[in-house]
Design a protein around this ligand. Sequence first.
Ligand SMILES: Nc1ncnc2c1ncn2[C@@H]1O[C@H](COP(=O)(O)OP(=O)(O)O)[C@@H](O)[C@H]1O
Ligand SMILES: [Mg+2]
Length: 362
Amino acid sequence: MQITPKSPEQLQAQAAAFANAELHGQDQAGVFNNIGAVVAEGAVREPEAKQSYVDYLRQTGGNSNPEVHGRADILHKFQDFAPTVTKLKAELADPAARRQHPDFLGHGTNSDVFKISQGGKLFAVRIPFGEATHPVSIDMHVASAIRGKGIPHMEQIIAASYEDGVTVAEMMPGKVIGDLSPEDVSQVTDQQLEDLVDTVIVANQRDIIIDSKPSNFLYDQHQGFGIVDYHVPKGAVAHSQDLGVIVGCLETVINNAGLYGKKKLDKTAQDYLAQGRQMTANVAVVERLRGVVEAKLSGKDLSDALERIDSGLQRWSEYAADYSDPDSVDKLIAEQQAFEQARKRIIENQHQGDTPVNADWL
Ligand SMILES: Nc1ncnc2c1ncn2[C@@H]1O[C@H](COP(=O)(O)OP(=O)(O)O)[C@@H](O)[C@H]1O
Ligand SMILES: [Mg+2]
C-alpha cells in the first residue's frame, strides 16, 4: 500500500485544531509559533504535548473532525490567493499609507481590510496589525469561519494563512452601518430586519459571539444586512451571549447608523438638523425592528430584548425630536457655547494661579 504524505496544510490544520482545543496560554502560543515549521519538524514538539496531540487526533476522528478538515480546507484554499495577497502586501509596505490604498475597504481596532479580485470575483482580505497578526489570532478567525460556515448574511472566510497572517472572505456588499445616510436607512425593509434577527438567532444557536459595533454590520439595499468580525467563545471572549441581550443590541447598532464617531464640538445648526433627520430615520427602523423581535422571540429572551429596545427608543426619539426642532437646536448650541466658555475660564484661572491643569472632565 502506498501512503501519500500529508500536505503541510493538513499537518498545520491538525496541529492548530489540537492547540486550539487542548492547550492554553504559552503552550498554545508555542505550537502556533512553530506552525510554519510544521512540515520539517512538526509543530507539536514537547513529548507530553505530542502524546496528547496523538490522542486528540485519534479520539476526535482525525481528518473527519470538522475542526481539522475545516482548517485544512481554509489553509489549502489560500494557495489560490497567495500571489495576489503577496502583491497587495508589497503595495502596503508603508504602514502610514495603508488606508490610502485604492482597494482599502475599512478598518476596525485590529485590522485593515482590502478588496482583491480573483477569478473574476471580489474578496475581502483582512490584514491585522499588532497582536492580531499572531497565528493564534488568525486561528480565532479560522475557528469562527468553521462555526459560521454557510450562515446567510454572516461573513464567510474561505481562506487564511498563519504565516502570512491574513484571512480572505467573500466580499459582503454594502456600507458599514456607521456610514449610512438617512436615505440609505429608509430603504431597510421588514424582510431585511427579519433576516437580520434570524441571522442573530442562528449565530446564537451555534454559540457565536457577535461584536455589536456599527463597524461590524454592513447594509446593502438589495442584499440586506451582513455581519463581519464574529468569534467563538474563547479566552477573553469566553462568555456565551444571551440571545435577548444580543438582539436588544441591534437597537444600538441601528440607532447609531450614520452618527458613529462624529464630533460633538463645532457643530452648526445645520449639522444638528442633519443629525435630527438621521436619528428620525434610525428610530423609525428600530420601531419596525421591535415588531419583528416581538414576533420572533418569547419569554425571557423577548423581555431582555424589549428592555433594551424600548429604553433606546425612548432616548433616541427624544434626541431626534430635539435635534429636528430649530428652536431647541439654537438652545443646544447656546448651551454648548456657554459650557465651552466656562471651560476656557476655568483653564485660564488655573494657569494664572499656577495650579497644574488636572481636571480630567475638562
Ligand atoms: N467580508 C467583508 N466584506 C466587505 N467588507 C468587509 C469584510 N470584512 C471586513 N470588512 C470591512 O473592514 C472593516 C474592518 O473589519 P473587521 O473584521 O471588523 O476588523 P477589526 O477586527 O479590526 O474590527 C469592517 O468594518 C468592514 O468595513
Ligand atoms: Mg470590527
